[in-house]
Design a protein around this ligand. Sequence first.
Ligand SMILES: CC(C)(COP(=O)(O)OP(=O)(O)OC[C@H]1O[C@@H](n2cnc3c(N)ncnc32)[C@H](O)[C@@H]1OP(=O)(O)O)[C@@H](O)C(=O)NCCC(=O)NCCS
Length: 179
Amino acid sequence: MVQIRTETKADIDAVREVHLAAFGGKEDESRLADRIRESVGFVPELSLVAESDGRIEGHMLISKAELVDGQDAQETLVLAPIGVRPEAQGRGIGGALIREGIRRAEQLGYKLIFLIGHPSYYPRFGFKPAVKGGLVLMQFDVPDDVFMVLELAEGELDRLAAARKEKYGELKYPQTFFA
Ligand SMILES: CC(C)(COP(=O)(O)OP(=O)(O)OC[C@H]1O[C@@H](n2cnc3c(N)ncnc32)[C@H](O)[C@@H]1OP(=O)(O)O)[C@@H](O)C(=O)NCCC(=O)NCCS
């Protein structure tokens, strides 16, 4: 049985191991998780671990970013990183982490979650290309189909588009993502 729960301080070493293993030994994602945890954008309830028989098999973070329209900016959420130990992948753990993160973000009153990810994986959770909602990402040079958004509040993208002053809204990841 896999349990999805809020990360605690005691999980942090295991969470680092999870991302190291999931990302083929590269430290970028485990370091990113460490930096987000120490940043103002950290939302403790949205740092989730998947635990099975006392072992941490997966971890996902959703944290704060900004949606900018000209001079105006509003708080929004970004999902990153997510990782599942290679030997535990394909058993629904990633999906369970994402669904619980979505449920909690909605409960906290957030309206959107953005991510950069595989276009074959995230649409099953409701994510769609953000450009369709008139939203752009300038900080990373990525193809349009990997920059995705999920509406937690129905009609939120239309509502934003109707109120927009500029031609496009821009998602801005905080400096934490570039340190
Ligand atoms: C992506 C990841 C978190 C998914 O976790 P998981 O527990 O394996 O996911 P689930 O069991 O819920 O879902 C499995 C599905 O994910 C798909 N998937 C896994 N990795 C994928 C990838 N790199 N690209 C596209 N699809 C992927 C599988 O093909 C499978 O699809 P299917 O259900 O159509 O067969 C996990 O595979 C992982 O840690 N990968 C390495 C790190 C990574 O790429 N993180 C995401 C960066 S965007």
